[in-house]
Design a protein around this ligand. Structure first.
Ligand code: GTP
Ligand code: SPV
Ligand code: MN
Length: 614
């Protein structure tokens, strides 16, 4: 029996450097997938206009009313392709231990064999687009190049928004740059094996989906989905999973973090990086409209940060992306006016509702739903219908520079120096509104013990509490415990220059099940306390959960909060927390010997302090 594995051609490091290797790789992949046409994307305005016109003509996109929503489009996915598929996402490291217990693992050769079979002929009747892109400003010290091959024009126009894409990147490759290869097919060929032509559909996909990563050879293979994090491979697959593994090897960090610049009323500026799980408030925090006079928040990134120790010994960060792929539901003029203004034009919407006038709508855009809508599945909808008009994970795709709060230095080649790191999650109980870590190691413990109620950003049950360490559970391309060790080492290297670390939770609920904290623009009050702490000013009470604002130190004036609400926001309940430490213990135990000792000793310390409080 022969055991030829076609995809082995791409396993040498040199295989992904320079132009000759790129040409060979594209030719090989075309031979495997058998597209009708190969199109090298130049990223031009003409190319974008042509693709949008083709997709509008074919029904893949609906052009919105040009007067109401200029140059904007609606895509409706097939109902089985609306979110990331975590149980079909694989880290194919040579050794299973290197993927770790929180990732799905497949042996590389076994996965390559399956992918070879799936990709064979998968593009017949379609166009293969070659999409070169840069994550981070082209030529920046922290930036990286990738090339995605795809048979989805939706992916091409989306990648043009989300990354720096096109001809300038090819020039870098011509000059010998290394690139990360990313292969994508929607898995719906348009020719039968006998050559008969099949009709296309508005949103091609395959019921079987495979999102595979090969960290050792830095390759991505994605099959069967056209949706967001499954298909825009520059984003989660490259900028988080593969990049985190590169960063682990090379001494930097790739994290699921927003980046903001905060200016206080006295004119000082600070840069914050914050990690919250999917659909837990990063975009909203990144575009915050502060309710406190004199405070300014400017946006640098809303989803991903790459961080590296700079020559000055501080931690510097870039947003590797060039656009926002943001959650639509809940985004309204009252909650996120900056996002509303960002998406006024030039936006691709996915799975939102369509109004009779040809504009978009979703739950939370306005307090009242319009009377007659077409829902995200293309069906007539009225407020009495009883199902959401927009899918809960409906998204907008829009260029970062359209955002009115975008910071001047959002695309600075060197990035920005980070003053504070924040971890957050969606927790109805236990986790206080804000807490400060004692030191870097304690902050790593905050990151490692982050948990959150699941959201609609991934397939699966919503609302169930799960651990999501560093908000990286679905995105860490290597063993999660090694990620914690890596963070501890980075902290050692930064020493006195290390940013301070905090934990926040906007989502505590009271006994009536209502959010206690107003959130959104009022989150500036928490930022204000954090900044005061950086300046050494704000008063703090040290508790087993870290440093909490002393009564009066966090300004809650005018919010109408009752004493009982403040108790809810800052309560340290030893019984609830001892139960939570048991769950953390179970998580930690899954890592065996890879768990850094610092984490088990911090857990023991937390338990001891909680016992004392009992
Ligand atoms: P991903 O793009 O999936 O990584 O998500 P994200 O973390 O950027 O989440 P996003 O900011 O889009 O928020 C998701 C949902 O949380 C939206 O429906 C928001 O309205 C809601 N949300 C954001 N911030 C707050 C807040 O401060 N309080 C409350 N109650 N809800 C919030
Ligand atoms: C997330 O789920 O964290 C996202 C959206 O940012 S997606 O790109 O689909 O993963
Ligand atoms: Mn995200």
């Amino acid at each position: 029996m022969t055991d030829t594995v076609l995809t082995d051609f791409a396993t040498e490091e040199a295989a992904h450097t320079g132009r000759a290797a790129l040409d060979a790789w594209v030719a090989n992949f075309a031979a495997l997938t058998q597209p009708d046409v190969i199109l090298w994307c130049d990223g031009s305005e003409e190319e974008r206009a042509r693709l949008l016109a083709e997709m509008t003509a074919s029904g893949a996109l609906i052009a919105l009313n040009h007067d109401l929503r200029p140059d904007s489009y609606l895509a409706r996915s097939t109902p089985s392709d609306v979110a990331r598929v975590e149980d079909r996402t694989f880290i194919c490291s040579a050794d299973q231990e290197d993927a770790g217990p929180t990732n799905n693992w497949r042996a590389p050769n076994e996965m390559r064999r399956e992918l070879d079979a799936r990709f064979t002929g998968s593009m017949s009747g379609r166009t293969l687009y070659v999409v070169p892109f840069s994550m981070g400003p082209l030529g920046g010290a922290i930036s990286q190049i990738g090339v995605q091959l795809t048979d989805s024009p939706y992916v091409v126009v989306s990648t043009r928004i989300m990354t720096r894409m096109g001809r300038p990147i090819l020039h870098e490759i011509d000059a010998g740059a290394r690139w990360v290869p990313a292969l994508h097919t929607v898995g719906m060929p348009l020719c039968t094996p006998s050559g008969a032509r099949l009709p296309d559909v508005a949103w091609p996909s395959n019921e079987t989906k495979i999102i595979a990563h090969f960290p050792e050879t830095r390759e991505i293979w994605s099959y069967g989905s056209g949706y967001g994090g499954n298909a825009l491979l520059a984003k989660k697959c490259f900028a988080l999973r593969i990049a985190s593994s590169m960063a682990h090897e090379e001494g930097w960090l790739a994290e699921h973090m927003l980046l903001i610049k905060v200016t206080s009323p006295d004119g000082h500026t600070y840069h914050l990086a914050a990690a919250f799980p999917s659909a837990c408030g990063k975009t909203n925090f990144a575009m915050m409209s502060p309710t406190r006079p004199g405070w300014i928040v400017e946006t640098i990134g809303d989803d991903i940060a790459w961080l590296r120790r700079g020559e000055d010994g501080r931690l510097w960060a870039i947003n590797p992306e060039a656009g926002f792929f943001g959650v639509a539901p809940g985004t309204g003029a009252d909650t996120n006016p900056a996002a509303i203004s960002t998406i006024r034009s030039g936006t691709i919407f996915t799975n939102v509702a369509l109004t009779r006038e040809g504009d978009v709508w979703w739950e939370g855009l306005t307090p009242e739903a319009p009377r007659n809508l077409i829902d995200w599945q293309g069906k007539a909808w009225t407020p009495e219908t009883g199902t959401p008009a927009a899918h809960p994970n409906a998204r907008f795709t829009v260029a970062a520079d359209q955002c009115p709060t975008i910071s001047d230095d959002w695309d600075s080649r060197d990035g920005v120096p980070i003053d504070a790191i924040v971890f957050g999650g969606r927790r109805a109980t236990n986790v206080p509104l804000v807490a400060e870590a004692e030191d870097w190691e304690h902050g790593v413990f905050f990151g490692a013990t982050t948990s959150s109620e699941q959201t609609a950003a991934a397939e699966g049950p919503v609302g169930i509490l799960r651990h999501d360490p560093f908000a990286m559970l679905p995105f860490c391309g290597y063993n999660m415990a090694d990620h914690w060790t890596h963070w501890l080492r980075i902290g050692e290297a930064l020493g006195e220059n290390a940013p301070r670390i905090f934990r926040v939770n906007w989502f505590k609920k009271n006994a009536a099940g209502k959010y206690v904290w107003p959130g959104f623009g009022d989150n500036i009050r928490v930022v204000e306390w954090i900044v005061d702490r950086l300046q050494g000013a704000a008063a703090v009470d040290w508790t087993p959960l870290g440093g909490l604002p002393r009564t009066g130190a966090l300004d809650v004036a005018g919010l109408g909060l009752e004493d009982a609400d403040l108790v809810d926001l800052f309560d340290v309940d030893p019984e609830l927390w001892l139960a939570e430490t048991d769950q953390i213990d179970r998580l930690f135990a899954t890592f065996g010997e890879r768990l850094p000792l610092e984490m088990s000793s911090r857990l023991a310390q937390l338990r001891g302090r909680l016992e004392e409080l009992r």
